[in-house]
Write a protein that binds this ligand. Sequence first.
Ligand SMILES: Cc1ncc(COP(=O)(O)O)c(C/N=C2\CONC2=O)c1O
Length: 397
Amino acid sequence: MLYNFDEIIERRNTNAMSTDGFREYIFNAPQEMKFPFADDEFIRMWIADMEFATPPEVIQAIKDRTEKRIFGYTKIFDPEYYNIFSKWTKKHYDWTFPKEHLVTSNGIIPALYELIDHICKPNEKVLILTPSYAFFKYAADFNNIETVCSDLINKNGNYEMNFDDIEMKAKDEKVSLCIFCNPHNPTGRVWTEKELKKVGEICLDNGLWIISDEIHCDLLRTEFKHTPMSKLFPDSDKIITCMAPSKTFNLAGLMISNIIIPEKKLREKWYKRHFSMENPLSVAAAQAAYEHGDEWVRQLKIYLDENFEFTRQYLEKNLPKAVFKIPEATYLAWINVQSYLPEDIDIPLYFANNVGVLLEGGNMFVANSDGYIRLNLACPRTILEEGLKRICTFLNK
Ligand SMILES: Cc1ncc(COP(=O)(O)O)c(C/N=C2\CONC2=O)c1O
């Protein structure tokens, strides 16, 4: 079956963050905030969900569940949920885990908020690598836990970890947790086994817990393979692995994610506080995605690879001073356009007001991100082309 990723799907009047939540999320502004562009004139390249219909197999599973007509309190009792998900992890990452280690959360971010509270004592600190998905810091802030940042080394768009800096910060006895992102948002790095072993050893040898956020682990460029951090440390029970169907199958609104907690005491803390009910439609969707979604993901990855190559050529031709490397994973293009920007601007606001493109960038990524914009390329190519055209036309003025 050939899936249609070129189809433009109307998202207005669906309570979508992408169309209606940008004022609050990007600008911390009221819905009344005015722009020179009408809402439906914006090219939306900001929040990380996709403009593609979820696989039809998932939609059918949701329809089938609605036929049962009762949507009472639900938990995951059927072992098939674990069997199907662990079959997916075995097939795609050659890794699996005991059933009792798996808990579900209505999102990885809510899980981070809870896990930080369970793991960190009041005066401890969380280590993150920057630039970073800002909710890693927000989750620490919410728990009144200090965030320590280790800047990735940026060699003209090629990012590496600064292991000496990570080790120095991990040796601080107050640092008790590292929230690690693999693949990395926003740089798109897929960390190699060698890099994972090195950072994992530094953290574990210094007594840190590791939350390995692997939400982007299925959306790699075709030639890359994901290695779960836990796979490299089979004897450690201090690595929590976070995965979800939300990024892979465009199901973020169904709020279901898979958190693998090997350490018994931490799992008991989780169950003591976590409200473990699930949305029955979300369970049906997630199970169908992992059971029937392989071919859709294969075709999606090809489409995304083509969008990245289109973007690389477009920028090379029309924005030659921009620094852009096709990322190893995610559908997010991380582009340094500093040489085209005035100093000290609010990058997302600058693009919203002058270009009519909604994007994330600059200080939205905690640190080490000045001059960068992040474009969501998970959209039909016609929309991508219009967004790139608007950006390049304006920046070349
Ligand atoms: C690394 C990472 N972890 C967790 C999440 C969210 O997980 P959830 O709570 O939905 O299960 C995202 C979504 N990233 C987004 C969402 O919009 N912009 C981003 O960069 C993410 O990039």
